[in-house]
Design a protein around this ligand. Structure first.
Ligand code: NAD
Length: 473
């Protein structure tokens, strides 16, 4: 554990995470240039990491909540001291710009999430206390947590998984996405300057390592954030060991604009609700329902905002939108927009990626007059293309919003908060925001309904999810 917090540069971070030779080449999605090599770990490294985590767990659990919170706060200090280098690495590997609600914002959120998790208060609950009986509910450490993450917000989501796990007295083995291992390895290297050995280990490997982690007898719970398809695979591979699971899966969040909304006043928040991280966000606005009476005004206001938001290489401070992280995701977005256009939908802006530039840039795209059963509406685009669907009655809009088998987030846009609340109550989603979208908070629980997963993250409920409930009576 350091007494002075080290300040890293990009090259010192890469030196800490690159293997001496070999490994997987990681390319910058904006330029195609090599960023660095990432270690390719397999079953042997996974088994060693789980063994180290098990060995370290008892001593970690023996510390008090206050002591563990102190470690989390120091880890936050370490992240802040190396924030610019971490943001640069994140931008180069993931593609997101430094500026805007992107790389610097993500690194800042890592530190603030650690501090907020450290500050949560979890007390034993007295369930019954009368003349004949006394019962209390406690939350004990579960043991070793396996954390499997995606490539869209690799650092922040890692912290969402590790902070409550560590706070509750568990140790952690992380398996980052094979698309963004460097960001997670570097973040963990910084955090590990403050943690005892074995408490947090990163195993950098492909999906087969994730599969093995989910089945591993030495893992007590899996925290998973990623696609619904992979979530189902994890349910299956974790079944034999009856593992606890928190599954934060895919979404296709609806936003409903009510007739009394002011199109110009809401346009910028609507835009960022949909296009944060260039649309590669689990709880981004992915389908927008707008009433006939203000449809054209909302479309015009959104186009106006979209024109003002520069997209390009993330290291250029001007840019607030970046490339798609990988070719597979670029192809999904391109296919969905092409299908919408072929079906007669109207592309208001974007829709024509330029072939002769390097990088997976797909232009900011707004698609109007699109049918609710079009694939751009029904499938998760996970990129910068927003379908805007016209509705005539509020009941229709709510039925369309609830018509899919996912339910992560949703939003209602109105000048009348009371009416917006009534509409919110009728939407099937784990979080419904009013006049904003995707505004998560480390003190407020977050999780999906339907096939968007189960279990809660954040807040005291998020801590409880990383504990084994025990009743003493
Ligand atoms: P993904 O499911 O393809 O991969 C996620 C992780 O799972 C990777 O680390 C991968 O190696 C691993 N993996 C793949 N197959 C596995 C298996 N069989 N067993 C165990 N692990 C396996 O997801 P992605 O493409 O990285 O992320 C995009 C998806 O994640 C989108 O659907 C998005 O909506 C969702 N997501 C959800 C949230 C949320 O909080 N609900 C947050 C971010 C992303």
């Amino acid at each position: 554990m350091s007494t002075e917090v080290a300040q890293n540069t990009l090259s010192s971070l890469l030196e800490a995470v690159q293997p001496p030779n070999g490994g997987r080449n990681i390319h910058d999605p904006a330029t195609g240039e090599l960023v660095a090599r990432a270690p390719e770990h397999g079953t042997e490294e996974l088994d060693a990491a789980v063994a180290a985590a098990r060995a370290a767990q008892a001593a970690w659990a023996a510390r008090s909540h206050g002591e563990r919170s102190e470690f989390l706060n120091r880890a936050a200090d370490a992240i802040e001291a190396s924030a610019e280098a971490l943001a640069e690495l994140l931008s180069r590997e993931q593609g997101k710009p430094l500026n805007g609600p992107n790389a610097r914002f993500e690194v800042g959120a890592c530190a603030s999430w650690l501090r907020a998790t450290a500050a949560l208060d979890l007390q034993p609950e007295v369930l019954v206390d009368d003349a004949t009986s006394h019962a209390e509910l406690h939350y004990r450490p579960l043991g070793v947590i396996g954390a499997i993450g995606p490539w869209n917000w690799p650092m922040m989501i890692s912290v969402w998984q590790l902070a409550p796990s560590l706070r509750m007295g568990n140790t952690v083995v992380m398996k980052p996405s094979e698309y963004t291992p460097l960001s997670v390895l570097a973040l963990a290297a910084v955090i590990n300057t403050e943690l005892p050995d074995g408490v947090l280990t990163v195993v950098s490997g492909g999906r087969e390592v994730g599969e093995r982690l989910a089945a591993h007898p030495g893992i007590d719970k899996v925290m998973f954030t990623g696609s619904t398809a992979t979530g189902k695979a994890i349910i299956r591979s974790s079944a034999d060991t009856v593992k606890r699971l928190t599954l934060e899966l895919g979404g296709n969040d609806a936003g409903i604009v009510l007739e009394d909304a002011d199109p110009r006043a809401i346009a910028e928040d609507l835009f960022w609700g949909a296009f944060i991280n260039t649309g590669q966000t689990c709880a981004a606005l992915k389908r927008l329902y707008v009433p006939e009476s203000i449809y054209d005004e909302v479309c015009d206001a959104l186009v106006e905002v979209a024109r003002l938001m520069p997209m390009g290489n993330g290291l250029d401070e001007n840019n607030v939108l970046g490339p798609l992280q990988n070719k597979a995701q670029f192809d999904i977005v391109a296919r969905l927009v092409d299908e919408a256009r072929a079906a007669g939908a109207r592309v208001l802006i974007g829709g024509n990626p330029v072939d002769d530039q390097p990088g997976y840039f797909y232009p900011t795209t707004l698609v109007a007059d699109i049918a609710n059963d079009n694939s751009l509406v029904v499938e998760e685009q996970f990129g910068p293309a927003l379908p805007i669907i016209r509705y005539s009655t509020l009941d229709d809009a709510i039925a369309m919003a609830n018509g899919l088998d996912v339910g992560l987030g949703a939003s209602v846009w109105s000048s009348d908060p009371a009416q917006a609340r009534q509409v919110a109550a009728r939407i099937q989603a784990g979080s419904v925001w009013i006049n904003k979208h995707g505004a998560i908070d480390p003190r407020v629980p977050f999780g999906g309904t339907k096939q968007s997963g189960y279990g809660l993250e954040f807040g005291v409920d998020g801590l409880k999810a990383l504990g084994a409930p025990q009743v003493i009576s």
